[in-house]
Design a protein around this ligand. Structure first.
Ligand SMILES: [Zn+2]
Length: 155
């Protein structure tokens, strides 16, 4: 029976096939680089493999991060971009991601300026304060109004 051994040199990467009646231990050297250590990886290479493999496995087995349909409502460590006092006297937080979203929706509107106007009016005129539940809708209607005015070219 003719053995067919697929061999690879661990020193130079050369691949070859030994077709004669040979055993792996009889292969004395790599036909390309002539290394007698062709079946022994270099010590530093095996160290490299040992440190690389767990990291690769970790990447492969890592579940993809779930993509939230909207950013977290109120991450405790993050300060709101602006706070508006509501009709109950509490501070209603407006987050940067909301401002980014409105800026994207109404590119012509200075969203932060509009929010500061609402904040200022709410702070100085208690009668103008909105219920926390309606504040978001109020802000959006203000921004929409402002966008309409700017589109119409009216100041
Ligand atoms: Zn070789």
């Amino acid at each position: 029976m003719t053995r067919r051994l697929n061999l690879e040199c661990l020193r130079c990467g050369h691949k070859w096939v030994a077709r004669r009646k040979r055993k792996k231990k009889d292969i004395r050297q790599c036909p390309k680089c002539k290394s007698a250590w062709w079946d022994t990886p270099r010590p530093n290479e095996s160290a490299f493999v040992q440190t690389e493999e767990p990291a690769l496995k970790a990447i492969v087995s890592e579940d993809p991060l779930p993509i939230p349909d909207k950013p977290p409502e109120a991450p405790p460590a993050v300060k709101p971009a602006i706070s508006i006092i509501d009709s109950s006297g509490r501070l209603y937080p407006v987050w940067q991601w909301q401002i980014d979203e409105w800026s994207f929706r109404y590119p012509e509107v200075d969203v932060m300026y509009q929010l500061q106007m609402i904040k200022s009016i709410s702070a100085s005129k208690p009668a103008k304060r909105k219920d926390a539940k309606e504040l978001l809708r109020f802000i959006e209607s203000k921004l929409e109004q402002r966008a309409e005015v700017l589109k119409g070219g009216v100041l």
